[in-house]
Write a protein that binds this ligand. Structure first.
Ligand SMILES: Nc1ncnc2c1ncn2[C@@H]1O[C@H](COP(=O)(O)OP(=O)(O)OP(=O)(O)O)[C@@H](O)[C@H]1O
Ligand SMILES: [Mg+2]
Length: 228
């Protein structure tokens, strides 16, 4: 479907409530965001303000209570689960705070995993995975299991895997949240250089002001709303 707007990602009055028994938690209270292709947008705000909720909605991992998400011209509301899964696979890369690598697969195999659903020849998959490992500076760790890597290296593999399907948008939720400050700074500069180099759209939740300062824009969330 063609994209009739300039925006690769757009939300309108996006709202997400959670129900816990009789209690209602308003995690997002109506948020309007527009993100252009190639933009790097940082999302900041105190714990519990709705950052992860927002990111999950942007990536079609969760459904809003009301409001819309348009992703590359597609209204996610119109998509069934399988269509959303396909869209995520084809257009999005995710990096989370804790790596979610498969423990029994090597670094290279983890990166190849998202490509298995394409009908690429195994040789091509392997070469692509190796070039991604090189991109994140881990060529020599291809045969290591996640357990045999440091936290920072695991996150690098996670970044490589998120890029494996050549996504349109990368969504990152505190990708350095579990790392010491040196590894965090390294991962962040690698990630930002990569993204800028490819011209990839990046939406990143971060508590790190220094990383956020490198973004084109910072969105500040508070109590489920954007601060102006
Ligand atoms: N599955 C859920 N069920 C009920 N409430 C939830 C659920 N997930 C999140 N919440 C609530 O929604 C609000 C927003 O949560 P969210 O995880 O988006 O915050 P956050 O900004 O990512 O916080 P943090 O910086 O700690 O990761 C919080 O009040 C949280 O308790
Ligand atoms: Mg969060």
């Amino acid at each position: 479907m063609p994209n009739f707007t300039d925006f690769v990602l757009e939300t309108t009055a996006l709202r997400r409530e959670y129900r816990l028994g009789r209690e209602k938690v308003v995690a997002l209270a109506g948020v309007d965001i527009r993100i252009r292709s190639g933009e790097f947008v940082a999302i900041m705000g105190p714990s519990g303000c709705g950052k992860s909720t927002l990111l999950n909605l942007l990536g079609g991992l969760d459904r809003p209570t009301s409001g819309l998400v348009m992703l590359d011209g597609v209204n996610l509301h119109d998509y069934k689960e399988e269509q959303l899964a396909k869209l995520r696979r084809e257009k999005l890369g995710f990096v989370f705070q804790r790596h979610d690598l498969f423990p029994v697969l090597t670094a290279r195999e983890n990166i190849e995993f998202p490509m298995l659903l394409d009908d690429q020849a195994s040789r091509l998959r392997r070469d692509h995975a190796m070039s991604l490992l090189e991109l994140v500076g881990l060529s020599d760790k291809a045969d290591h299991l996640p357990d045999e890597l440091s936290g920072g290296q695991q996150q690098r593999v996670g970044v490589a895997r998120a890029l494996a399907n050549d996504p349109l948008i990368l969504l990152a939720d505190e990708p350095t949240g579990n790392l010491d400050s040196v590894s965090a700074a390294e991962l962040m500069s690698m990630l930002i250089n990569l993204v800028r180099g490819i011209g990839l759209t990046l939406v990143m939740v971060t508590h790190d002001a220094e990383s956020a300062a490198q973004a084109d824009r910072i969105l500040h969330l508070k109590d489920g709303q954007l601060e102006l």
